[in-house]
Write a protein that binds this ligand. Structure first.
Ligand SMILES: [Zn+2]
Length: 385
């Protein structure tokens, strides 16, 4: 008898259900000084030469309105109803004017011509409701320049905080909507970065775009048979995950962090895919595209600078290198009105002079971390004969 006067019922053993392991366990980031070879237990998605055709419950999403009159009306209306809020730091790279806050969600250049250009490239929302912007995505001028650039291999080189992750994902989405059958590879260095910067956003954004995200294989599939493959490439042995497929667009985000071998090998697979070929040709592309988004300061800096910016890649080591197929687009902090006005003071002012120049100005001539920091304008002088 217990102190309460009743016998205690026998204790039933608690049946514990075994937890299913996550589909994609994160990798161990490992110590600094990355080994070139991955541990064998790292998760991989097996290569398949073809993927089952997706089925879609919803109608395909509408393409952005391409009627110039309607777009002009939308630009006029957006600016007429914009709040008084103007960004005190950011400036439109087309006209130098300020940005205005519209629909409580987007920054639009105060010039109607620039606003028209932004909205002509915007992605409209499916369906409308009150107090909601009619647009899912309104690109900034710099993002439109990246989209419109026809250079096969383009380095988008700039300061830290120029909306590269968000821009990379929407570059991929818009490309898939435009190019039927496109095969797009979106890469980060590690799985953790991929998850933090992209995977968590894929399901919701894919739904709004009328696409489907299949988490087990990290793919966004669109009704026009375009696919975004999301991946990582931390170790040299990860390269093989990505070279069994031909791509129409390869995006390296924070490209400076990758092994040069990874940049070389995976870029070579951007030769254009068979499913996307007809649509790519109709859009004026003769092959696939590589877009490397990065600020300076990392292991691939010298290679990217030589190949994409100064075009002085060593001809002995790269005898077939053709500089005409490479280019770069410089971005600045002022391109991004989504940064807080005091971003530089709060988040960059603690940096060393050289690192500040890399992240504030996107200066690719500065090298940090050597015994002495190296700055081209300080340490290089022309020698007169
Ligand atoms: Zn403007």
């Amino acid at each position: 008898m217990s102190e309460w006067g009743t016998a205690r019922p026998p204790v039933r053993p608690v049946r514990r259900t075994r937890r299913r392991p996550p589909a994609e366990p994160p990798q161990d980031p490992g110590p600094p000084g990355t080994p070139a070879v991955a541990p064998p237990e790292l998760p991989r998605i097996p290569f398949q030469s073809s993927w089952p055709a997706p089925t879609f419950d919803d109608d395909p999403p509408p393409l952005p309105d391409d009627d110039p009159v309607l777009i002009r009306q939308a630009a006029t209306l957006a600016l007429a109803t914009a709040s008084e809020r103007r960004h005190p730091v950011a400036r439109c790279r087309w006209c130098g004017g300020p940005f205005r806050w519209v629909f409580e969600q987007h920054w639009l250049c105060a010039s109607e011509d620039c606003a028209y250009r932004q909205l002509a490239s915007a992605v409209r929302r499916r369906g409308m409701s009150e107090n909601q912007s009619p647009y899912l995505f309104v690109p900034l001028p710099v993002q439109i320049e990246v989209e419109e650039d026809m250079t096969p291999n383009l380095l988008v080189a700039g300061a830290a905080g120029t909306s590269k992750s968000y821009g990379a994902r929407w570059l991929a989405y818009k490309f898939c909507r435009r190019i039927a059958g496109a095969r797009v590879l979106l890469l980060r260095l590690t799985y953790q970065e991929l998850e933090r910067n992209h995977l968590q956003f894929f399901p919701g954004e894919a739904r709004e775009l009328g696409a489907k995200y299949v988490g087990s294989v990290r793919q966004c599939r669109f009704p026009n048979n375009s696919i975004i493959f999301a991946g990582y490439c931390r170790f040299l042995t990860d390269i093989t995950q990505h070279i069994g497929v031909e791509y129409d667009l390869v995006i390296f985000e924070e490209g400076i962090q990758f092994f040069v071998k990874a940049l070389e090998e995976i870029s070579s697979r951007a030769r254009g895919s068979e499913p996307g070929r007809a649509s790519m040709r109709a859009a004026g592309f003769t092959g696939g595209l590589v877009r490397i988004l990065s600020n300076p300061g990392g292991r691939a800096m010298l290679y990217l600078s030589d190949a994409y910016i100064t075009k002085t890649l060593d001809q002995t080591e790269y005898p077939e290198y053709d500089p005409h197929h490479f280019g770069h687009l410089h971005t600045t902090l002022e391109d991004n009105p989504y940064l807080p006005p005091d971003y530089i003071e709060k988040h960059l002012s603690h940096l060393s002079k050289a690192r500040f120049k890399q992240l504030r100005a996107g200066d690719w001539t500065v090298q940090v971390g050597q015994f002495f920091d190296f700055e081209t304008d300080l340490h290089v002088a022309r020698v007169e004969a």
